[in-house]
Design a protein around this ligand. Structure first.
Ligand code: ACO
Length: 372
């Protein structure tokens, strides 16, 4: 029955403002624009720690010492190398397919070969991070038609990822920018994909299944699929003069501007601020960044003009696009790269869910007909 023919049907509240319970992993303070990972401000972590240290923090509640960080890198690199040796994973990495579909299938194949047990362990989470990083990097090399680069023992995850993907040595600036992106997008509370992962493991399923579901949820443009749309929006706008008429036309047609608005942040997204600074520091494409800044200012003015009550601000995806563009990442791999970073947060939440097991099982209000 359609919404028109049943007046009791409506969109629902999208579970807005509903807590699924306590968590020690991350705080998204939407009013004050602050993001905390296990007691650490993400804007400080991004200056002082690399991605794998932050993943360790999310999983265990503390930052690793040097030996623990190296052990973690070794585990992640072993899982990254495994991807190129395992035909069942390799067969899913079709350069012609929708990239997120390939990544989802690769993780499904990885789960099948690892024989994951009910629930999950820290070792599963670490191997999962390597499996997804290896899959996306190899997919990138296949899409670009290059021979994947080798991982070196003293690499960071960001450096290994770029070298495998591009078949060439990345610059320090590119590694630093990718690392900052990975840190800032590693965890974000009870977003749609993290919730999906927690629901799946709450049934006593396994981390691989949780990841497959989370990747599927991240794929949509209302969640992780936005940054490549931000890049195409800026491409289409093309010049500063065209920004206002182009954006006004979209808003009047009731289309959404990608990279703006957020379910939780009712102020400027702190991740957008930090990534904007990273893009500025990289300074590799100043003209493009100046256009992005101009489009942002114009979009914010227009959103406030048309929707004064909505408190719409720039979200992480807007400057994620700027950073990923500057490191010359294939736009088809923006969302898969987001899946790599978010695997840290997803698996931390899955491990927490497993530790305090409770089947997540909400309900729905039946408004359909009853038997006569
Ligand atoms: N452009 C134009 N209008 C918008 C936008 C936008 N980007 N975002 C929200 N609005 C408007 C809606 O049209 C609606 O207006 P109306 O009441 O006049 O119809 C109002 O604001 C509220 O919209 P909701 O859909 O209820 O807001 P919600 O909190 O559910 O939306 C979302 C959050 C999905 C992110 C939304 O802001 C959006 O679609 N943004 C664009 C896509 C995007 O950037 N996604 C990445 C999000 S960040 C991440 O997930 C990592």
């Amino acid at each position: 029955m359609s919404a028109e023919s049943n007046p009791r049907m409506h969109a629902g509240n999208g579970l807005e403002g509903i807590s699924i319970g306590p968590s020690e992993i991350g705080l998204v303070d939407g009013e004050n624009g602050q993001l905390i990972y296990r007691g650490h401000d993400a804007e400080v972590l991004v200056r002082e720690n690399c991605f794998e240290e932050v993943a360790y923090l999310l999983w265990t509640g503390r930052l690793p010492n040097e030996a623990e960080r190296q052990e973690l890198r070794d585990t992640i690199f072993a899982a990254m190398r495994h991807v190129s040796d395992d035909q069942s994973i390799l067969n899913t990495l079709n350069p012609e397919a929708i990239p997120m579909d390939s990544v989802r299938s690769a993780i499904s194949a990885w789960g099948a070969t690892r024989h994951l047990d009910e629930g999950g362990t820290l070792a599963d989470a670490q191997a999962a991070l390597g499996a997804i990083a290896g899959s996306v990097a190899l997919l990138g090399a296949r899409r670009a038609g290059v021979t994947p680069g080798e991982i070196k023992a003293d690499d960071s995850v960001a450096r290994a990822y770029l070298r495998v993907m591009n078949g060439a040595e990345p610059t320090d600036a590119q590694v630093g920018a990718l690392d900052a992106y990975l840190v800032l997008t590693a965890e974000h509370g009870m977003n749609a994909s993290t919730f999906t992962g927690r629901v799946i493991v709450s049934t006593a399923s396994d981390i691989g299944s949780g990841l497959v579901g989370a990747i599927g949820a991240l794929k949509g443009k209302l969640h992780g699929g936005a940054p490549s749309h931000v890049s195409s929006m800026i491409d289409e706008i093309g010049t500063p003069e065209n920004a206002e008429p182009w954006l006004r036309d979209k808003i009047e047609k009731k289309e959404r501007l990608m990279g703006f608005g957020h379910r939780v942040y009712k102020t400027y997204d702190p991740r957008a601020r930090a990534l904007g600074e990273v893009a500025e520091r990289l300074g590799e494409n100043d003209e493009r960044l100046a256009l992005a800044r101009h489009v942002e200012t114009t979009a914010l003015e227009l959103l406030h003009e048309y929707k004064p009550d909505q408190r719409l601000y720039t979200n992480v995806e807007y400057y994620a696009a700027a950073v990923l563009e500057t490191i010359k990442l294939d736009p088809g791999l923006y969302t898969p790269t987001f899946a790599v970073s978010r695997t840290a947060g997803w698996t931390a939440h899955m491990l927490e869910q497993i530790q305090y097991p409770r089947l997540i099982r909400p309900q729905v209000d039946y408004v359909g007909p009853m038997p006569s």
